[in-house]
Design a protein around this ligand. Structure first.
Ligand code: ADP
Ligand code: MG
Length: 528
């Protein structure tokens, strides 16, 4: 760790005052290392994790170099997304609070270009923008590069991931060569080093990487699942571990949308976060996550940059990350401040090779685990309900309720245990229709149709015949009788095979059905 203080970094008084206002007491390690080097005018390749204060590392020296008398563009910061451009511009505005005559300007797509052009003409000295929009202005010749002396590539890895390489290179070639080029990134893939070799001069490499790439306090598990079972899988894990706050990472925006919708449909307090949302929506989502009214935040890697929430109890990799280092960044969001965290990764098919590579790279062991079964999850839910009930019992006077219960139990043919059990069942909703994805009850029949084996608690001894079962299933669920597979009858129960795609439908419609006048129970047959 650095022992340097801000006062020892040759920062001018105006900026010092501003960062004190911002509540910065001590420089972060990347700031302590990068600021003096940048102030000397050298090029820098800076690598440090998200949230380590990279913005001020380049922002302070950049602002300090601006000539307030010269009303021309003197510095450009390129950021991958509109949100990050706004965030960086906000930080710049705060740092430049006491610097008179310095104008900073965020420019990004979706904003009125005419206003941007006016602001550029008015003599903004610092532009913070996305490569696309900067290119736009370059082509329109509404931005002049001839006085630029500092160029920053912020979150360079993300910009390359987003396919901005050509734009960046075109911009770089149009900026005077006598300039300082600062490149900051959370990860350092090869492409960045190539870019650095091409466009920087003798850069100083400054890396602040936490010694332990993965923190020991994080329990890490992976689950091999089929892609159509991922939502069910994550739901079970959420139900089993009930993390207060969790972050779920997906590789694409579309996946973020789909998953957050699917989780909401299942009754979870989930929201999605990605770059296509309006700033206002993002603020709303982040606010809800911070105050706990949203418990599950589903996000892309880029959107999650800059999210700084301390008590995330679990991180889910809904998709295995494309980049080894991303895994570290993702799971580093949990297990903070001495708490224990958990990281769960869903693995589909060949993802396992990627995950093995990640384990090797991170020198970490991610344990293979199996998903909790439906019955395990419901047992946990029941236990939780009972614990809550216990607390309610301790904290409330419920004598008047006892009276009603006693009366009811006396007058009706029901005992206390039955009564409690039904109340629990009502409280939990019926989960029996969920397919058990750990079970091996699914198989392919000779026509290569995916079938599911169901269990019904009536059999020969109740004088039930296979045709009764067939009739009930076809009649209640409306699936064609010939779609029903084999029916194996035993004395007290029966196994029926139905096509997998109808299974839920059958389970749901048969729930309240009677066969030969008997109430039945139907569920997926468990392998155990
Ligand atoms: P990065 O770009 O590395 O992800 P940021 O520059 O966005 O990180 O900084 C993360 C947060 O930390 C911001 O809210 C910023 O204001 C704050 N911050 C940065 N430097 C310091 C410091 N020296 N002391 C206190 N807070 C800081
Ligand atoms: Mg940053």
């Amino acid at each position: 760790m650095s022992s340097l203080r801000f006062e020892e970094l040759s920062i001018n008084d105006e900026i010092m005052r501003a960062i004190v206002d911002m509540g910065f007491n001590e420089p972060s390690p990347i700031q302590a290392s990068a600021i003096p080097v940048a102030l000397e005018g050298k090029d820098i390749i800076g690598q440090a994790q998200t949230g380590t204060g990279k913005t001020a590392s380049f922002g302070i020296p950049l602002l300090q170099k601006i000539d307030p008398e010269l009303k021309k563009l003197q510095a450009i910061v390129l950021c991958p997304t509109r949100e990050l451009a706004i965030q960086v511009a906000d930080e710049f505005r705060k740092m430049a609070k006491y610097l008179h005559g310095i104008k900073t300007l965020p420019i990004y797509g979706g904003q009125d270009i005419v206003r941007q052009i006016k602001a550029l003409k008015a003599g903004a000295q610092v532009v913070i923008g996305t490569p696309g929009r900067v290119m736009d202005h370059m082509r329109r010749k509404t931005v002049k590069f001839n006085k630029i002396r500092t160029l920053v590539l912020d979150e360079a890895d993300e910009m390359l991931n987003m396919g901005f390489r050509e734009d960046i290179e075109e911009i770089l070639t149009k900026i005077p060569e006598e300039r300082q080029t600062l490149l900051f990134s959370a990860t350092m893939p090869k492409a960045i080093l190539e870019l650095a070799r091409e466009y920087q001069q003798d850069p100083e490499v400054i890396k602040v990487i936490k010694k332990e790439l993965t923190v020991r306090k994080i329990e890490q598990y992976y689950y091999e699942v089929e892609s159509h079972n991922k939502v069910e899988a994550i739901s079970r894990l959420l139900d089993k571990y009930t993390p207060k706050l969790s972050l779920v990472f997906c590789n694409t925006k579309k996946q973020v949308d789909d998953l957050s919708e699917a989780l909401k449909d299942r009754g979870y307090f989930a929201e999605g976060l990605h770059g296509d949302l309006k700033q206002m929506q993002r603020d709303r989502v982040m606010h809800a996550f911070r105050n706990g009214s949203t418990q599950i935040l589903v996000a892309t890697d880029v959107a999650a940059r800059g999210i700084d929430v301390d008590d995330v109890e679990a991180v889910f990799n809904y998709d295995v990350p494309q980049d080894d280092e991303y895994y570290v960044h993702r799971i580093g969001r949990t297990g903070r401040a001495g708490r224990t965290g958990r990281a769960f990764t869903l693995v589909v098919g060949r993802d396992i090779y990627k995950l093995k590579e990640i384990m090797k790279y991170c020198k970490t062991k991610i344990e293979k685990a199996s998903l909790p079964t439906n019955s395990e999850v419901s047992k946990l839910k029941i236990k939780k309900l009972l614990v809550n009930a216990n607390e309610t019992a301790i904290n409330n006077d419920m004598r008047d309720i006892y009276e009603s219960i006693d009366e009811w139990v006396q007058d009706n043919d029901i005992d206390y245990r039955e009564l409690v059990a039904s109340l629990i069942k009502m409280n939990m909703g019926d989960t029996s229709e969920q397919e058990d994805i750990n079970s091996s009850t699914k198989y392919y029949d000779k026509n290569n149709k995916k079938m599911v084996r169901l269990f019904i608690n009536v059999g020969r001894s109740q004088n039930v015949k296979p045709k009764d079962i067939l009739g009930a299933i076809a009649g209640e669920s409306g699936i064609p009788g010939k779609a029903v597979g084999s029916i194996d009858m035993f004395d007290k129960y029966t196994f029926v095979d139905v096509p997998s795609k109808y299974a839920k439908n059958v389970l749901r419609s048969m729930r309240k059905t009677k066969i030969k006048g008997k109430n039945i129970n139907i569920e997926t047959a468990n392998k155990k």
